[in-house]
Write a protein that binds this ligand. Structure first.
Ligand code: ADP
Ligand code: MG
Length: 480
């Protein structure tokens, strides 16, 4: 629509990711999700007077890890600041965050658009503690509070206002979720609130470079909702502008029942949080040696693997994209490929039968790891035409999972090996041709496409044992 095309959407996202540490950011209370309400709440979490918080080094390490993965500049001299505001589920009356020294500055996350790659610029990534949780839907009259989450460690990743559509936002959050899982700092589980997103949205006429008045949609808890909320807001802001009204800066919330947003409050330009350095927490200095030690432990990122696999293994872009979706899968592929030279065949096995086996849920990659020698042998048997892929990927794979052992031994005992013996194959061919006189006549009149049917039938009655190449050439001889 012409009206819509006059405008450009401008979006900046703030993503909160809960760090997968075992304890909270400033005390030893468990940071795990799903415990009985108010059971992980020491006096430090409760903010009782006289208690002393202490910083969790693992959380700092995790924040640096993501910064390094995004190419951010790591801040050497850091301190925590108190951000003062009242909230019923904020027991201390302030949130400990970072103010002027976010631990990571700048950096990028690359997304793949249909039109090409785009780098989403990050403004910063900082560490902060989470608040507790107000629960409104258990009692009709009361709000209940669970403080287990209070004090759990978060990183907040803030992008520059450089995202221009709901689709880009969707791809960006998908990529962030993949990255935090890949580097093992957050489980990325949006249903449990481990990853949440605030979307800041404005519009402007195309060609204008200043920013328009923004609205902020808070606490989006699924990638779908992020996309829907942004789509709705862009339309709403355009409509307001088109009717000549003025957009007011607002904080809004998303209603997933009808994919709309509603205002929770009008927002003043700058909240006065009265930040000041937390006097109970020592400022911390990060040395180059420490940062380098984290860099060394960082696993190769998908982008690096993609390049490497392209040159070393000559895999297709499709196969590579599939295999770097999940770190465990990628690791397993590399382990398998390191033990065999059939890189491409193994990639097909991974995306096909191995993934299907994992998805059935009875087996994980760790268990499969112990089968690598047998899997190597299995692929070798198929690649040297001793075993058909279909027999190998169904019968033999299942067998070696249940009874780990040599696929060759099993296949030969059970008479599953492919035969290249001309006598055997000719016998099967004769049987097939005798059973299909009409097709044979049609083939001879020129319907050459029927060859595939004959090959398939031979495969069927030989129970997969007839070597398909040999079958094809013998059939061609027979039918001329
Ligand atoms: P606040 O502290 O109020 O959350 P920030 O300046 O830190 O505000 O910005 C938060 C997010 O909002 C950032 O991702 C930023 O890119 C984005 N943002 C700021 N102004 C706009 C705007 N006019 N339109 C769209 N996004 C914006
Ligand atoms: Mg904000």
């Amino acid at each position: 629509m012409a009206i819509v095309e006059k405008y450009e959407a401008v979006i900046g996202l703030e993503i909160h990711a809960q760090l997968a540490t075992s304890s909270k950011l400033f005390c030893g209370d468990a940071a795990s999700f799903g415990a009985e309400p108010n059971t992980h709440i020491s006096p430090i979490t409760m903010g009782h007077p006289g208690t002393l918080p202490k910083t969790n080094a693992k959380a700092i390490e995790y924040a640096i890890r993501i910064g390094l993965a995004c190419g951010s500049k790591i801040t050497k001299d850091n301190y925590f600041a108190r951000k003062n505001y009242f909230y019923p589920d904020l027991p201390k009356g302030y949130q400990v965050s970072q103010h002027t020294t976010p631990i990571c500055e700048g950096g990028t996350i690359r997304i793949q658009l249909p039109t090409g790659e785009k780098n989403i610029q990050l403004n910063r990534i900082h560490l902060e503690e989470d608040a507790g949780k107000s629960i409104h839907d258990i009692s009709a009259t009361d709000t209940l509070i669970d403080l287990n989450r209070a004090g759990t460690p978060l990183i907040e990743m803030v992008t520059e206002p450089c995202i221009h559509s709901a689709e880009e936002a969707f791809l960006f959050v998908t990529e962030v979720r993949k990255l935090v899982r890949w580097i093992g700092i957050c489980d990325g589980n949006m249903e449990e609130g481990s990853l949440r997103c605030d979307a800041n949205i404005s519009i402007r006429l195309k060609g204008v470079t200043t920013l328009g008045t923004r609205v902020e949609v808070k606490n989006l808890n699924s990638i779908r909702n992020i996309k829907k909320a942004i789509e709705f807001e862009i339309d709403r802001l355009i409509q307001i502008t088109e009717t000549g009204a003025t957009i007011i800066q607002q904080t809004r919330s998303f209603d997933a029942n009808n994919d709309t947003t509603f205002s929770i409050r009008d927002k003043e330009d700058a909240n006065d949080y009265r930040y000041f350095p937390d006097p109970d927490l020592a400022p911390f200095h990060l040395t180059d040696v420490f940062i380098e030690s984290i860099q060394k432990k960082l696993p190769p990122l998908p982008a690096t693997l993609k390049k490497q696999w392209k040159t070393e293994y000559d895999l297709s872009d499709y196969a590579i994209d599939q295999l770097v979706e999940d770190k465990e899968e990628a690791d397993f592929y590399m382990e398998w490929a390191a033990a065999s030279k059939h890189y491409k065949a193994i990639a097909n096995w991974m995306i096909g039968p191995i993934r299907a086996t994992i998805n059935e849920g009875s087996l994980n990659f760790q268990q499969l790891s112990s089968l690598i020698p047998y899997l190597v042998e299995l692929v070798e048997l198929v690649e040297t035409n001793q075993l058909s892929f279909s027999v190998a990927s169904t019968k033999v794979l299942k067998e070696i999972i249940v009874h780990p052992g040599s696929p060759m031994a099993y296949a030969s005992t059970n008479n599953l090996l492919q035969t290249g013996s001309t006598d055997d194959i000719e016998k099967w061919i004769e049987e097939v041709l005798a059973n299909h006189p009409e097709e044979v006549a049609a083939y001879k009149k020129g319907k050459k496409g029927l060859l595939g049917l004959f090959v398939g039938e031979v495969k069927k009655i030989s129970k997969g044992k007839a070597d398909p190449k040999m079958t094809t050439s013998l059939l061609e001889q027979k039918l001329t």
